[in-house]
Design a protein around this ligand. Sequence first.
Ligand SMILES: [Zn+2]
Ligand SMILES: [Zn+2]
Length: 360
Amino acid sequence: MNLLENERRLPLTTFIAASALLGACSGNAQVDDATSSTAGSGGSGTTTTTTSGGQGAGCPSAHFLDVTKFDGAGSNYPAPELTVTCETDEVIVTSNGIPHYAFVATTPNDLGAQNHEFRFPLTPNYTDLTTEIALLGSVAVAVNGLPIYGPNEGAMPDPFGDPIYNDIMDDCKGHTGPNGDYHYHAALVQCLTQDGQDSQPSPIVGYSFDGFPIYGPYECADADCTSVIELKSSWDKTGDPTTYAWDNHACTKDSCANPSGEYLDQCNGHVGPTGDYHYHATLPKNEATYTGFPYLLGCYHGVATTNGGAAAGAGPAGGGPAGGGGMNPPDCAPGQTMMCCGDGNCNGPETAQNCPADCA
Ligand SMILES: [Zn+2]
Ligand SMILES: [Zn+2]
């Protein structure tokens, strides 16, 4: 399991090209099998299975893609594989980490097959106390079986910067880490499902490791669906998130604690018009104070399953708007002047708990 993201930025010319392609996702996603919808695909083929014990009681397998119906990442890569199994109280998703659409490199790392196994509760439990998501590694899984990370990169080269803001994503807001591990930092409905019209309520695009579903950005405004609205993050951009994405966004609106209307809570979730808690994938935007950050999850509002090492380290939130911990910074080594305890700066993963020398 990949713990660290050390993706290097590409040359400027590549950045410009990548930027020009942003927003053109549907043209590149090769989601061309119009006969298959996400609903009801659970029994079709071998990619999605349920055990007899788990069927019926809300097993979400039908919300996952039948990836065998798609062209895959390209002729140089294995075909995508995905299984979804439900046990008594847990959903188990395994995949080989290969996208169901054409791979376009936006980092120096080629795409490589993985042995992903993600587990999350079959029945999520809402908790009043929020929990930080992992600073690095998987925090949720998309409906094509690929991992969803939080809204920051690793320590190099732009420490914990916002990869969406830094334009190092492909048209589907995914890219590869140093182990060839393709992952998302935001999610676009048209890349992950075949139902992507802005005028329609969005389908589920993934599941958080606390078990709550993540929907796309559009939803009925009320139980009668008199209109469809775009849900928005309550976080504001407060600085330059080229580095330290969490420190340069803040959730201070009233809606951070009490979501209302189009504005989600600090975890990017709310209780929707049908009375259930869930998250939304908010659309990335390049506005003065609004970026769509955290794009998927700002924290957990349920009890998350720890998946391997990648999601370990989540602790109780409550550190205020800068959240996003989950990694203990090292003591400063000779010459190290950033992201370590003893540098005199309280940044990134450093908190009063894990780095009192700098943050107390
Ligand atoms: Zn990344
Ligand atoms: Zn909603």
